[in-house]
Design a protein around this ligand. Structure first.
Ligand SMILES: [Zn+2]
Length: 444
């Protein structure tokens, strides 16, 4: 498709203009013109340039300004059609910088003639802008992208290519799933990658950012395509758009990209988990990676202050604290058992016992009731709580049956709970005076 008008540019100019080969394939360059002409990346540059010279070849389809300049934020265009749609008004232009959702990259938002555009989609071969109001057909309108959002999406997408290319080269795994979420970007790979291997991939990915390598876009012919080792999620037919980062990645992709890897800024992998036969990575690039890393550092700074530990020693301090906490819990449980035993001793042989104990959790209530049940010789009813908030209870009787008592109590004191014949646990929505009155009434 693009090959028809290659006469517009020589290979030499392409090389000088794009500078891709000179920087990344010095050997090829030294070998002179013939070698350059045979160089893969040079040919890509030529193809891209010639493609861009002939927008009219697109016929009646909307001219895709986002492919000519991925950094174009403002443009003017003629409204070709405007119809009511499911999301407001479906507007089709003669040309647009709004990228329609595809290839894992969300559609653009922004304004057309001052009217908000909530999303952009390709529908039946047309690029449709979902506008929140109507535009006059035939009118010339100014379009403006939500550039911060689009640039963020380009940083994520372009960074994803670097990581996917490096993983493919190192392990042969394919990117089988890519999602740009509101918080995290996920990539699914077809095979396992260890944490150590991921650290190495991340380090290399950032080195590629520092090298500021170009993103070269091309539309190779069918014959040429057969010679290119490109990554693709599916079998492709028709014109294929190839996005190349020299020495890092060659991928069939319809998305918009930054001009050079330096714009990706930062690539940070935040987590990895097993996913089918491979792994799912959570990562972020650019501004989002910077902001997320800053938030994590802020968390650690706060924890470092709370723990009186140096920022790189917080986990050691937490480990120490957890082991102290476990020892304290065990000591408290031993003391509690001793206190409950002593309390139970004071009602040994007393028969039915009503006991109030402040601020016990459900487990404490159960343990105290167990201790009293073992020695009192009657029904032991232990309550813990406060007036206005309600009370937790545990009721037991050795070899007895407390079910009827508990049923009556729940009915009288807005309670809930139950258990075994000889032991029940629950709570009541009543004050201490009401509980005591019920207890006395039952006895009396
Ligand atoms: Zn892509």
């Amino acid at each position: 498709m693009a090959m028809a008008y290659c006469y517009l540019m020589t290979f030499e100019t392409a090389c000088q203009q794009k500078n891709a080969c000179g920087r990344h394939f010095p050997q090829t360059r030294q070998n002179g013109k013939e070698s350059r002409a045979g160089c893969f990346f040079c040919r890509l540059s030529v193809l891209k340039w010639t493609k861009m010279q002939k927008p009219e070849e697109h016929g009646m389809a909307t001219e895709k300004l986002f492919y000519e300049d991925s950094h174009l934020r403002r443009f003017t265009a003629k409204v070709r059609s405007c119809r009511p749609g499911r999301h407001g008004w479906d507007v089709v232009l003669d040309r647009t910088a709004f990228y329609p959702e595809g290839g894992g990259q969300p559609g653009d938002t922004g304004t057309l003639g001052g009217v908000p555009v909530s999303d952009t989609h390709e529908q039946e071969g047309e690029i449709v802008h979902w506008c929140q109001g109507p535009l006059s057909e035939g009118a010339e309108v100014a379009g403006e992208l939500d550039w911060e959002r689009r640039f963020d999406l380009m940083q994520q997408h372009s960074g994803e290519h670097i990581v996917s290319g490096l993983v493919h080269a190192a392990f042969g795994w394919d990117n089988v799933g890519f999602h740009m979420g509101a918080d995290m970007v996920t990539i699914d790979f077809s095979g396992p990658i260890t944490d150590e291997q991921l650290r190495e991939i991340e380090r290399k990915a950032n080195e590629k950012v520092w090298e500021n390598l170009p993103y070269v876009v091309s539309w190779p012919s069918k014959e040429e395509l057969g010679t290119i080792p490109y990554r693709s999620k599916k079998e492709l037919t028709g014109a294929v758009r190839i996005v190349t980062v020299p020495g890092v990645d060659i991928c069939a992709c319809c998305g918009t990209h930054v001009s050079a890897t330096g714009e990706v800024g930062l690539i940070k992998i935040f987590s990895s988990q097993k996913f089918h036969e491979g792994v799912r990575l959570e990562l972020l690039c650019g501004r989002r990676a910077y902001e997320h890393a800053s938030a994590l550092i802020e968390q650690n700074r706060e924890n470092s202050g709370l723990l009186s530990a140096k920022p790189l020693e917080t986990s050691e301090a937490v480990r120490r604290l957890l082991s102290e906490h476990a020892a304290c819990k065990m000591h408290a449980a031993q003391l509690e058992t001793a206190v409950f035993r002593a309390k139970a001793e004071s009602v040994r042989g007393a028969g039915d016992c009503l006991v109030f104990e402040p601020a016990l959790d459900a487990e404490g209530v159960r343990k105290l009731a167990d201790a009293v049940t073992a020695v009192c010789g009657g029904i032991a009813a232990v309550f813990s709580g406060a007036d206005g908030e309600g009370y937790k209870y545990a009721v037991g009787q050795e070899n007895g049956d407390v079910r009827a008592f508990v049923k009556d109590m729940n009915a009288a004191l807005s309670g809930r709970g139950g258990g075994k014949p000889f032991f029940a646990q629950g709570s009541v929505q009543a004050d201490r005076a009401q509980i005591e009155a019920f207890w006395k009434g039952r006895r009396g």
